[in-house]
Design a protein around this ligand. Structure first.
Ligand code: PGA
Length: 256
């Protein structure tokens, strides 16, 4: 990425709310409560969903609540952040498979209301346009769930991604491929490219909930909360949004 195209600005930043939890379980429960109350308020909510290790506990809580209290997802719409390029939806490592296994198959959501970029679309540029239009046609995302990469990525927007980006194909950094390798048989199997919502799509969400657990995220969170707003740390853009809550555990917040 050309240095001049990166944005490092001193700007008036918004107050990010921080909910400090003792551990992963408490983080998952607090995030679930927030989502459940948002669905109660707006049954046809558009949820932006994330994959990875971080939201698995949250999805377990949602499933349990659905079973115990009957929270319904019949009218809910979802848009996922990203998908690996080259993995078909039925591939066991695709994010489509992840979402089915971790959430969709265990709640009463209408699968036709769920959306994930197509990682095997013949024309990825067309697919990116389709995804942008789809988000728009749903009226935008009401509540976006985010994890954070150790390098500060959100979605698969790696360091250096323009804040103006919309859905696009991106080459994954080696640190991201290594971090995600545990889900695959070997590092070689981890795809090299992904299709991801852009930073601008994420910033267009009405409300954002970022989850983080464990000391491997502590440095990225410290930079996000106290560092510069810079495209070199994509998550720092969240300081320009007026409705962001971070729910994180002690270890992830150990420098805050
Ligand atoms: P993780 O990934 O939840 O697997 O740590 C988060 C991310 O990369 O955004």
């Amino acid at each position: 990425m050309n240095k001049q195209s990166t944005l490092t600005k001193k700007v008036n930043t918004m107050q990010i709310k921080i909910i400090r939890c003792k551990d992963y379980d408490e983080m998952s429960k607090k995030a679930a409560q927030k989502i459940i109350s948002s669905i109660e308020k707006k049954p046809n909510i558009v949820l932006g969903l994330a994959t990875g290790s971080t939201p698995i506990g949250l999805y377990k809580e949602l499933i349990q609540d659905h079973k115990l209290h009957g929270t319904s997802y019949k009218h809910v719409y979802t848009v996922n952040l990203d998908e690996y390029v080259g993995l078909a939806p039925e591939d066991k490592n695709s994010y489509f498979s992840f979402m089915k296994k971790q959430l969709f198959d265990k709640i009463d959501i209408n699968l036709t209301h769920t959306n994930i970029p197509n990682g095997i679309a013949p024309d990825l540029e067309e697919e990116s346009k389709r995804y942008n239009q789809l988000i728009e046609s749903l009226g935008g995302v009401d509540l976006q769930i985010l994890g954070i990469g150790q390098n500060g990525h959100i979605g698969f927007n790696e360091p250096g991604t323009p804040f103006t980006s919309t859905t696009h194909t991106i080459q994954l950094t080696e640190s991201t491929r290594t971090a995600n390798a545990s889900h695959f048989n070997s590092l070689d199997e981890v795809p090299t490219y992904a299709i991801t919502m852009g930073v601008q799509n994420i910033m267009s969400s009405k409300e954002i909930l970022l989850l983080a657990s464990g000391s491997s995220k502590a440095k990225a969170l410290q930079q996000l909360i106290n560092g510069e707003v810079t495209e070199e740390l994509p998550a720092s853009v969240l300081r320009l949004h007026d409705n962001v809550t971070i729910i994180a555990d002690e270890e992830a917040l150990k420098y805050i």
